[in-house]
Design a protein around this ligand. Structure first.
Ligand SMILES: Cc1cc2nc3c(=O)[nH]c(=O)nc-3n(C[C@H](O)[C@H](O)[C@H](O)COP(=O)(O)O)c2cc1C
Length: 152
């Protein structure tokens, strides 16, 4: 199955670590939406969008990338890292993807090192996250996606 993960990982490269953990084990293409605004995604059967969370949402660059490049009827999943994992941050991305008749296959989020604002003064929060266990969980999430899709 041809897979691409489009990512934006601006704050500390936290989200990129999730993408790289998957890329270390599986052959996937990676697109950095902060440096590349256009890509032909028609060849991919499964498309991931990965981002740090910026005031409750995915980074603007990745929202725009989805709007401008996601072909219709694609299978889509989401990855993110954030300061606090208590809420889901994918609402806007899900809505935009559904407008392209995407099939939403799942999402995985975990904590990421955060030095925004006053956190910087005390060394940040979630130091050393994503950690090994969270990276392994991201890979397991990806594996379960593949299994589910292959069963269909
Ligand atoms: C400007 C800014 C806004 C943020 N807003 C949120 C937020 O609303 N909710 C949250 O849980 N984390 C928030 N964070 C924390 C980041 O989402 C977190 O550090 C993430 O792991 C960064 O990912 P990246 O290094 O891949 O960019 C914010 C961080 C910054 C710098």
């Amino acid at each position: 199955m041809k897979v691409v993960i489009v990512y934006a990982s601006i704050h500390h490269g936290n989200t990129r670590k999730l993408v790289e953990a998957i890329a270390d084990k599986y052959e996937i293409d990676m697109v950095d939406a902060t440096t590349q605004q256009k890509a032909d995604l028609s060849q991919y059967e499964l498309i991931g969008f990965a981002s740090g969370i910026d005031f409750g949402k995915f980074y603007e660059s990745i929202e725009r990338f989805l709007k401008e490049n996601l072909p219709e009827h694609k299978k889509v999943f989401f990855l993110y890292t954030c300061a606090r994992t208590s809420e889901s941050f994918t609402q806007t991305m899900r809505t935009e993807a559904l407008q392209k008749a995407a099939v939403l296959t799942g999402e995985y989020g975990c904590r990421g090192y955060n030095t925004y604002g006053a956190w910087k003064l005390i060394g940040g929060m979630n130091r050393h996250h994503p950690d090994r266990a969270e990276l392994d969980s991201a890979v397991r999430f990806y594996e379960s996606l593949l299994e589910n899709l292959q069963e269909k």
